[in-house]
Design a protein around this ligand. Structure first.
Ligand code: AHM
Ligand code: MG
Length: 290
C-alpha cells in the first residue's frame, strides 16, 4: 500500500501527523513532569500530553475537510464547521499514548484515526488510521482500506520502508495489561495457556506493544478487569484505530465477543476491552471468554 492514490484529506492528515512527530519527540525533553490537571479519563496529564495535544489539535483541526477533531486529552469535540460523512472526515487522536513511560524514558506513540462519520463513530467508519512510534527510530504505520505501510520519519521527511505490513503467520510474542489478580478467571486461564506458547513482551505503551505483535506475530490485550469490566483503553482513540491497523494487516481485533470495529460507540471517551493479534489466537480468546 502506498498513499499515492489516497484521498487528499487523508494524505493531509497523515502528512501533518508525520511532520508533527519530529516536533513532538523533540518537545518531550523538559516536559516529563505532571501538570495539575486530569484528562477526561481521570488520569493525571504530563506536560508532554498537553504539548502534543495542542500541537496536533491546532494543525489537524485546521485542515480543509476535517469537520470534527477529538483528542483523548480534551473533554469535548472541536467542531470545525463541516459535517463528517458528508464530504468531510472526523479525526481522533491519542496525542501521546503510554505517556506514563516518560518517567522511565521508554517507548511511546501517537495514534490517529480518520472517520467518515460524526464522532463517536463505529470502527467500520474508519477510512484510515495509524500511529507514530517513538522508539530508537521514529516510525509511522499507516493503514487504509488498501493495506498497511510503514515509514521511517526523520526531520519531517517520511521514507517508505514496507508497503505491505502483514502479521507473520507464526506468532511469537504476547503482552497483557492489568494486574493478574484483577483478571477475570476465564481470561487468566487463557493467559496461562498463552504463557506456555509465546514469549512475554510488555512495555506499558500499547503502540510499542502492538508494533511488536505486527513485527513478530502474537497477541496484545488490555482485557476487561474484575474491578473495571470495561478495561482501560478508549474505543474512539485507541481500540478502533489499532483494531483497524491490525485487521488491515491480516490479523483480528476483539472486545472479547466481536471485532472492535463492530463495537457500538457510546460516549466519546468510553473504554473497551482490547484484544489484538493473529486470527487463531483471537478466535481462541473469544471461545475462552464465552
Ligand atoms: P495513555 O494513553 O493515557 O498513556 O494510557 C494508555 C496506556 C496504553 O498505552 C497501555 O497499553 C496501557 O495504558 C498501560 O497501562 P498499565 O500501566 O496499566 O500497564
Ligand atoms: Mg493511550
Amino acid at each position: 500500500m502506498t498513499l499515492e492514490n489516497a484521498d487528499p484529506i487523508v494524505e493531509s492528515v497523515v502528512a501533518t501527523v508525520a511532520r508533527s512527530a519530529t516536533e513532538i519527540r523533540q518537545g518531550l525533553i523538559g516536559r516529563r513532569g505532571s501538570v495539575d490537571a486530569e484528562n477526561p479519563s481521570g488520569e493525571t496529564q504530563k506536560e508532554a500530553d498537553v504539548f502534543a495535544d495542542e500541537l496536533l489539535g491546532d494543525r489537524l483541526a485546521g485542515i480543509d475537510g476535517v469537520g470534527q477533531f477529538a483528542s483523548e486529552e480534551r473533554p469535548d469535540l472541536v467542531d470545525c464547521g463541516e459535517t463528517p460523512g458528508e464530504g468531510a472526515y472526523a479525526v481522533a487522536v491519542d496525542p501521546l499514548d503510554g505517556s506514563s513511560n516518560l518517567e522511565s524514558n521508554n517507548a511511546m506513540g501517537t495514534i490517529f484515526a480518520v472517520y467518515d462519520a460524526p464522532l463517536p463513530a463505529l470502527g467500520r467508519d474508519l477510512v484510515a488510521a495509524g500511529y507514530v512510534l517513538y522508539g530508537p527510530i521514529v516510525t509511522m504505520v499507516v493503514a487504509t482500506d488498501e493495506g498497511v505501510a510503514e515509514y521511517e520519519l526523520s526531520g519531517g521527511e517520511r521514507t517508505l520502508i514496507d508497503d505491505d505490513v502483514t502479521l507473520p503467520d507464526d506468532p511469537v510474542v504476547y503482552g497483557f495489561g492489568g494486574r493478574v489478580p484483577d483478571w477475570p478467571e476465564d481470561f487468566e486461564a487463557y493467559a496461562r495457556e498463552i504463557e506456555t506458547e509465546l514469549k512475554l513482551r510488555y512495555g506499558g505503551a500499547m503502540i510499542a506493544d502492538v508494533n511488536q505483535v505486527l513485527t513478530y506475530g502474537g497477541i496484545f490485550a488490555y482485557p476487561g478487569l474484575e474491578s473495571r469490566p470495561e478495561g482501560k483503553l478508549r474505543l474512539q482513540f485507541e481500540g478502533n484505530p489499532i483494531g483497524y491497523v491490525v485487521e488491515r494487516a491480516g490479523g483480528r481485533s476483539s472486545d472479547g465477543e466481536r471485532s472492535l470495529l463492530d463495537v457500538e460507540p457510546g460516549e466519546l471517551h468510553d473504554r473497551t476491552p482490547v484484544h489484538l493479534g493473529n486470527e487463531a489466537l483471537i478466535d481462541r480468546l473469544e471461545s475462552a471468554l464465552e
